[in-house]
Design a protein around this ligand. Structure first.
Ligand code: FAD
Ligand code: NAG
Ligand code: NAG
Ligand code: NAG
Ligand code: NAG
Ligand code: NAG
Ligand code: NAG
Ligand code: NAG
Ligand code: NAG
Length: 541
């Protein structure tokens, strides 16, 4: 389909393609008609539907794509984009897609690592939630209703507008959308104090496969459980979340301390592993690892950046660090006191004197091609193991790679593994984000960087969680549980299912089978239907 119009195809093939194009053109006409008829407010449907013949189709499609690996001319594109401004548009899109045999993809912030929210190999409709992003903050009750198309930045901004002492424990990047982010867990600098975004959701609105508008009460506790960490794509379309806001002090403290290998980075990172998850829960203290130019001409080194948020003032933080981690040599000059909302800018890597309005800017400053993965660490990695990571960072592709080590412990250890589908709780010292980024176009470059990432991941195997080697569903990775070539049969699903959800996978499969028995809401790694005999298949691996 995506090659229609190219004249290089052999005649017969071209004929076949134009034939199928005509068929799909017909389907898509019917889909549009269906949308108009179905929408409660049909006068407004034409304003929210884009086909490739609309001049703004392409800019609407590109707008929130974060991983530009999935915005090439060869990337499959949606037949139709719907940008609902009213719930009835979502309901119509769900019903009409089923009637006309089209798949859907749902996008909120567009930050999916594998492009799953806006790419599919089969003809599909993209439902982009960008217009449904209102936020209403209720300070008196410390709650807010947040529509799925809102971003983290918008949520934080609207909270701070009304209160200096309320916050929300979600992710660090301001342009991430809450529709996908809260669905898969969602963590940020408050995770050791308050857990994940998904741990702080108290109600939700969802449109199910039959087009019904459900809230917590009408969807029932099983489905309400599944959507708080089970990943976005499997159960329905989230319209809005009701979140519980959390107290934050009016003054918090941040610091960044950079150390290279010449400044004992290896020893410090090694030691950090014994300290970070045991610190007071008011202290979030993560590590970023990158390779940088050494002060010695022509040589490279590794830089460990220790990045921290403390929910209190410098005078309390310093003695705490002196006691727990004197090796770091934290000084008063390294620390900055600020409001919680300013710390949001700090962690999103905006200048802290930047206007808060930057949080409302939905255009990410850091779009690029990338490949990312995740791991969980339960035993400290020995220094020798860390040195092997450095070796890989010295390779050409490693120059643009980074790792984040995010400490767990605190509140994360108190929440039981089955409270939500997100199972990575007590026993984990920290999680790892691995990312490699590149500018070069073309598949050859992609393959080089992706294979570098796979080699790093395979190197890490002895040092991280095992049976299963756990992974974070918001860092979706299509390599997991496949042969690396994207074969996603059910047996494979049981592999990545256990990695993302551990024992919660079985319950997710049950909920899925009940609420979407025809598997309409699907992508390459959505929750599969229960199928008799799958346990036997797993044990046969
Ligand atoms: C730059 C960057 C920084 C990040 N930082 C963090 C971080 O600090 N902490 C963290 O936990 N994660 C982080 N992530 C990962 C992020 O949580 C996930 O990528 C998340 O899924 C993005 O949500 P989205 O709505 O932006 O993405 P989308 O691409 O829109 O959606 C992601 C998935 O959710 C589904 N989905 C989207 N909207 C809906 C909806 N309304 N209803 C049902 N399903 C839906 C999509 O179909 C897709 O499967 C980061 C990602 C990036 C790219
Ligand atoms: C229908 O949509 C139009 C345009 O978006 C809007 O002005 C009007 O209020 C809507 N009517 C109803 C009943 O929702
Ligand atoms: C797309 O084009 C159609 C046909 O010209 C038009 O009716 C519709 O309003 C356009 N969509 C948008 C969102 O402008
Ligand atoms: C707080 O919640 C109560 C009970 O749900 C509600 O009656 C009240 O209106 C809420 N307060 C505000 C300011 O919305
Ligand atoms: C730490 O290093 C980063 C580059 O990796 C730099 O941007 C930042 O300013 C440094 N911070 C401090 C406090 O030195
Ligand atoms: C590195 O650590 C050693 C002891 O562990 C210490 O003597 C030395 O001063 C440290 N170097 C730097 C640059 O901090
Ligand atoms: C690092 O060094 C290389 C070559 O020595 C140079 O090309 C590059 O610009 C340097 N990078 C930075 C960030 O200084
Ligand atoms: C939003 O951010 C992008 C990326 O950083 C920038 O190019 C753009 O100018 C910003 N827009 C506004 C209105 O500030
Ligand atoms: C995918 O995996 C299944 C189960 O291992 C196997 O039967 C099937 O042949 C594979 N398909 C492809 C296209 O490799």
């Amino acid at each position: 389909m995506k090659h229609v119009g190219s004249s290089v195809f052999p005649f017969a093939f071209a004929l076949l393609l134009s034939f199928s194009w005509a068929t799909w053109a017909h389907t898509h006409e019917n889909f549009l008609q269906c949308m108009t008829l179905r929408s409660e407010n049909s006068s407004s449907t034409s304003k929210v539907i884009y086909t490739p013949s609309n001049s703004s189709y392409s800019s609407v499609l590109q707008f929130s794509i974060q991983n530009t690996r999935f915005s090439t001319p060869a990337t499959p594109k949606p037949l139709v984009i719907v940008t609902p401004s009213h719930v009835s548009h979502i309901q119509a899109a769900i019903i009409c897609s089923q009637t006309h045999g089209l798949q859907i993809r749902v996008r909120s912030g567009g930050h999916d690592y594998e492009g799953l929210s806006y790419v599919s190999d089969v003809p599909f409709v993209l439902i982009d939630m960008i217009n449904l992003r209102s936020i209403s903050v209720d300070v008196e009750n410390s709650t807010a209703w947040v529509e799925a198309g809102a971003t983290n930045g918008e949520v934080y901004y609207r909270i701070a507008e009304k209160s200096k002492t309320l916050g929300f424990p979600a992710g660090l990047a301001s342009t991430v959308g809450v529709g996908g982010h809260y669905s898969g867990g969602g963590y940020g600098a408050l995770l050791r104090k308050y857990g994940l975004a998904a741990d702080n959701i108290i109600d939700a609105q969802l449109i199910d496969v039959k087009g019904r508008f459900l809230d917590r009460e009408s969807m029932g506790e099983d489905l309400f459980w599944a959507i708080r960490g089970g990943g976005g794509a499997s159960f329905g379309i989230i319209v809005a979340w009701k979140i519980k806001l959390v107290p934050v002090p009016s003054t918090v403290t941040v610091f960044t301390v950079n150390r290279t290998l010449e400044q004992n980075a290896t020893k410090l990172v090694h030691r950090w592993q014994y300290v970070a998850a045991k610190l007071h829960e008011d202290l979030f203290f993560r590590v970023r690892l990158t390779s940088v130019n050494s002060s010695q001409e022509g040589k490279r080194t590794i830089q460990a950046s220790f990045l921290s948020l403390y929910l209190g003032v410098i005078d309390k933080l310093l003695p705490m660090m002196q006691e727990s981690f004197p090796e770091l040599g934290l000084m008063r000059e390294d620390c900055i006191e600020m409001s919680w909302i300013e710390s949001i800018l700090y962690f999103a890597e905006f200048p802290t004197d930047e206007s808060l309005d930057v949080l409302l800017n939905r255009t990410s400053p850091t779009r690029s091609r990338f490949k990312a993965k995740s791991d969980y660490v339960q035993e400290p990695i020995p220094e020798l193991g860390l040195e092997g990571i450095w070796q890989r960072f010295y390779e050409k592709e490693g120059e643009t790679a980074l790792m984040f080590l995010t400490p767990y412990g605190g509140r994360m250890s108190e929440i039981s593994e089955d409270a939500t589908p997100f199972p990575h709780r007590a026993g984990n010292i920290y999680s790892i984000f691995y990312g490699v980024f590149w500018e070069e176009e073309g598949t050859a470059a992609s393959e080089r960087y992706i294979s570098w990432m796979r080699r790093l991941y395979s190197y890490m195997a002895p040092y991280v969680s095992k049976s299963p080697r756990a992974a974070y569903v918001n860092y979706v990775d299509l390599d997991i549980g496949t042969n690396g070539k994207g074969n996603t049969t059910y047996r494979r699903a049981s592999i990545w299912g256990k990695k993302y959800f551990k024992n919660n996978f079985d319950r997710l499969v049950q909920v899925k089978t009940t609420v979407d028995p025809a598997n309409f809401f699907k992508n390459e790694q959505s929750i599969p239907l229960f199928s008799f005999g799958w346990k036997e298949l797993i044990s046969g691996i």
